[in-house]
Design a protein around this ligand. Structure first.
Ligand SMILES: *Cc1c(COP(=O)(O)O)cnc(C)c1O
Length: 382
C-alpha cells in the first residue's frame, strides 16, 4: 500500500501503521459478527489521516465509513473512495446540496432537514433517522420516530436507509443506563415495524459497545477509537487486548547540553535540577499537540529505550527532556507516544496524566506534524 517511509520534512512526525488499522478492523469484525463494521474516520481519522485510514479499513473488510462533517465526506470522495459514507449529524441547511453531491448518506432528526434534503436531492438520497434514547446530544425524541419516518417515506427523493441511536456510557459496561437506552431504541424499532417500516440498517454501537454490549450490535457497529488500536476506556480494557495502536509520535533530538545542579529550565523556571544532568531538546511543542502541562503532570519520553521525564513547561515548538548522565546525541530518535525497545508510552497514559481521554490526545496532534505511513512497524525505522 505504501512504500518505505520517506524522510519527513521536519524531524518530528506521527507515524501511522496501516497494518495495525487493518488488524484492528479484523479484530472488530470478529468481535461484532454477524454485525458489520463501519469505520469512523471523522476529525481526519482521529488525527491519523482520514484517507489512508479509510482505505486500509475498507481493504480490511469495513463495509462503510462514518464522518462528522459534510466536508469530511467530500475529502474521501475526492480521494476516489467510493464506499458508503454516513455523515453522523444533520448538515446545516447551506450544505444540503453538498451532501447530495458527495453521495453521502445523511443522518436526520428534524422536519426541517428532512424537507430541505428532500428538496435538494434529485435521485433518492439515503437517510438514517437518529433517535435520542438518552445521550441528549442530537436526535429525535422516541415519540416522534414514526411521524418522522413517515415524512421521509412520503418524499420520493429520500430513502429511509437506517435507524440509529448513540450510547452515552457504553465504555462502562456495568452501567444499567445502556440497557435502558437500548430498551428505548427497541421500542422505537417495534413501533416502526408495526407501521411496516423496516429500514435495512439499524445501528447503535460505538467501539465500546461493539466490544462490550452484544445486544447493541444490530446490523453494523460504528467503530472509531478501536480502529486506531486505542482502548475506548478502562472499563472495556479487558475486551480490547488484541488491539494494536496505529499511531506513534516521534522526533529526533535537536540539541543536547549539560545543565548544572541548581539551574532552572524553560519559561517560568519552574523546574530546578538537583544534580548536574544531560538535557535533550526535542523539536516539538504545544503547537504540535504536546500539552504545555504534560511536564508538570509527570509526562515522560522514550530515548534510548528508557523513560525520561519532560522537564520545564513544554513550549510552543520545543520541549526538554532530562537524560541524567546517559549519552544522548542530536539525531537520536525520541518517542513521545509509541514503543521503543521494551518500553511504551500510550495515548491513554497521556490522557490519564492530562485528565482527558485518548481521543483528545490523538485528535490534538496538529496539522503541523507530518504524518508518515508505514505498513507494519517492523524495520520501518529510519
Ligand atoms: C464518534 C462517534 C462514533 C465512534 O465512537 P468511538 O467511541 O470512537 O468508537 C460512533 N457514533 C457516533 C454517532 C459518533 O459521533
Amino acid at each position: 500500500m505504501t512504500g518505505p517511509a520517506c524522510p519527513p520534512p521536519r524531524p518530528a512526525w506521527a507515524e501511522i501503521d496501516l497494518a495495525a488499522i487493518g488488524h484492528n478492523v479484523a479484530v472488530l469484525r470478529r468481535a461484532a459478527a454477524p454485525a458489520a463494521v463501519w469505520a469512523v474516520v471523522k476529525a481526519d481519522g482521529y488525527g491519523h489521516g482520514a484517507v489512508p485510514v479509510a482505505r486500509a479499513a475498507i481493504d480490511a473488510g469495513a463495509e462503510g465509513l462514518c464522518v462528522a462533517l459534510v466536508e469530511e465526506a467530500a475529502v474521501l470522495r475526492r480521494a476516489g473512495i467510493d464506499a458508503p459514507i454516513l455523515v453522523l449529524a444533520e448538515p446545516p441547511p447551506h450544505q444540503y446540496g453538498d451532501i447530495v453531491r458527495a453521495q453521502a448518506r445523511a443522518v436526520v432528526y428534524t422536519e426541517r432537514a428532512i424537507d430541505g434534503l428532500a428538496a435538494a436531492a434529485r435521485t433518492p438520497l439515503l437517510v438514517h433517522l437518529k433517535i435520542d434514547t438518552g445521550m441528549h446530544r442530537v436526535g429525535a425524541p422516541p415519540a416522534d420516530a414514526v411521524t418522522l419516518a413517515r415524512r421521509i417515506a412520503s418524499r420520493p427523493s429520500l430513502l429511509l436507509d437506517g435507524v440509529m441511536t448513540h450510547l452515552a456510557v457504553a465504555d462502562e459496561p456495568a452501567d444499567p443506563y445502556t440497557g435502558r437506552q437500548l430498551d428505548a431504541f427497541d421500542t422505537v424499532l417495534d413501533a416502526l415495524r408495526a407501521e411496516g417500516i423496516e429500514p435495512p440498517l439499524v445501528h447503535a454501537a460505538n467501539s465500546a459497545a461493539a466490544l462490550g454490549h452484544r445486544r447493541a450490535r444490530y446490523g453494523f457497529v460504528r467503530a472509531g477509537i478501536a480502529v486506531y488500536g486505542i482502548v475506548p476506556g478502562p472499563g472495556v480494557a479487558h475486551l480490547s487486548t488484541e488491539l494494536r495502536p496505529a499511531l506513534s509520535l516521534r522526533a529526533r533530538v535537536s540539541f543536547v547540553k549539560r545543565v548544572g545542579a541548581g539551574e532552572r529550565i524553560s519559561y517560568g523556571l519552574r523546574h530546578r535540577f538537583t544534580a548536574d544532568t544531560t538535557v535533550a531538546t526535542l523539536p516539538l511543542g504545544y503547537a504540535d499537540g504536546v500539552p504545555r502541562r504534560l511536564s508538570a503532570t509527570g509526562g515522560e519520553v522514550l530515548i534510548g529505550g528508557r523513560r525520561r521525564p519532560i522537564v520545564g513547561v513544554v513550549t510552543m515548538d520545543q520541549l526538554m527532556v532530562d537524560c541524567g548522565d546517559d549519552v544522548v546525541a542530536p539525531g537520536d530518535e525520541a518517542v513521545l507516544i509509541g514503543s521503543q525497545g521494551a518500553e511504551a508510552v500510550t495515548a491513554a497514559e497521556w490522557a490519564a496524566r492530562l485528565d482527558t481521554i485518548a481521543y483528545e490526545v490523538t485528535c490534538g496532534i496538529s496539522a503541523r506534524v507530518p504524518r508518515v505511513y508505514v505498513d507494519g512497524r517492523g524495520d520501518s525505522h529510519r
